[in-house]
Write a protein of this length. Sequence first.
Length: 155
Amino acid sequence: MVYTTATVEVYSWQARIDLHQRRVKPYSYTTIAGHLPPAHQHYLEQKGYTTQYFTDMAVRIGSSCLAVTQYILSAKTFHEESYNSCLGLLRLGPKKGEERLELACRRAMKTQHPTYTIVHNILRNHTDALEKEEGTETTGAGASVTQTGHQNLRG
């Protein structure tokens, strides 16, 4: 093997058998899908998990859950790396309730990087209830309150 700052060359008996670009980003995967062993390539397919599977399951919960799922799937180079996060996200539905999960996902979409951890923390801290309270409400006096203001807003 010959390493340079930009490439990795693999030799067998003085004949180069492969050449790859080298990534220097810490903790990132550089595996080419075609180079994985067949058992690894088909492991997740045998379990039935695909990008389409997670997308279909998220649609059943709601549009915000779908948006978070799509963000999680697109955040990794290989979608398979994000399957555990998607599984965890979708398993929050039966545990915490699908309505709460949808509200938590809606709140998480307001952050820069919505992840499983953010959604989980929203549910754990019950801040998903704040999402339900936002929007149009009626106060005790019957005045309408919206996201852009409140009843004491002048002008």
